[in-house]
Ligand binder design. Structure first.
Ligand code: 13P
Length: 245
């Protein structure tokens, strides 16, 4: 499976940051990168990033509302992202679950909205540190897969991002064996129909640990936060992806 390296800019980036998209897209066009590339800038930059990327890398949103349109002040629909030229959208990021009270059921409805608009849904899930310390990580992740990944998800339309909450923005990552085991567990939970989904790892992926993480069995790519803000860091991560067909 060809790996996917996705960058989540979170609430970072203004017009000047589009130079990073330009640099990354130029590099991607000239160097045959071993993985698919997706950058998810804030919504204000999506349309301009699409123009700059010019098909050389994918551009996605960071969230969407389940509905197509309506009285939902401040929200954005999957159709609007698609109209702006996005090809994917992140749903269920732990920061949305934590700060906006998003439930598994809402996340599943956002994934369906993404499909409705023709976007790939990158569905995020992962345990908190307390849950891991209490020995509940496998059960929590199984519950999240069951409730936030629709049964009819297929590899063309959906990717999973396993992001242990305690590894996000902390510089800490799980042991290699823990990542391998959790990804195998997620694949098991997905069952036979959904087994073709890419399962990305996210949480403090950096240029200096990317190769080790991307080499692990069952790791089909990465969702990168801080290290996706600079094209050079992100290129370094993409270039150590495991080549696949
Ligand atoms: P960091 O790579 O900054 O830890 O963020 C990970 C993340 O939340 C990506 O969605």
């Amino acid at each position: 499976m060809r790996q996917l390296i996705a960058g989540n800019w979170k609430m970072n980036g203004e017009s000047a940051s589009l130079a990073e998209v330009e640099a990354l897209a130029c590099w991607a066009a000239s160097s045959a990168p071993p993985a698919d590339i997706l950058i998810c800038p804030p919504h204000t930059l999506v349309a301009r990033a699409v123009v700059i990327a010019n098909g050389r890398i994918g551009i996605g949103g960071q969230d969407c509302h389940p509905d197509k349109s309506g009285a939902f002040t401040g929200d954005i629909s999957a159709e609007m992202l698609q109209d702006a030229g996005a090809s994917a959208v992140i749903v269920g990021h732990s920061e949305r679950r934590q700060y906006h009270g998003e439930t598994d059921a809402l996340v599943a409805s956002k994934a369906r909205a993404a499909w409705r608009a023709g976007l790939v849904a990158v569905i995020c899930l992962g345990e908190t540190e307390d849950q891991r310390l209490a020995g509940q990580a496998f059960r929590i992740v199984a519950d999240q897969v069951a409730a936030s990944v629709p049964q009819d998800a297929i590899g063309m339309t959906t990717a999973i991002a396993y992001e242990p909450v305690w590894a996000i923005g902390t510089g800490r990552t799980p042991a290699a064996q823990d990542i391998t085991e959790m990804h195998a567990h997620i694949r098991e939970c997905l069952g036979s129909v959904r087994r073709q989904l890419r399962v990305l790892y996210g949480g403090s992926v950096k240029p200096d640990n990317a190769r080790q993480i991307l080499d692990l069995p069952n790791v089909d790519g990465a969702l990168v936060g801080g290290a996706s803000l600079r094209a050079l860091d992100f290129q370094t991560i993409v270039s150590v992806a495991r080549p696949g067909s």
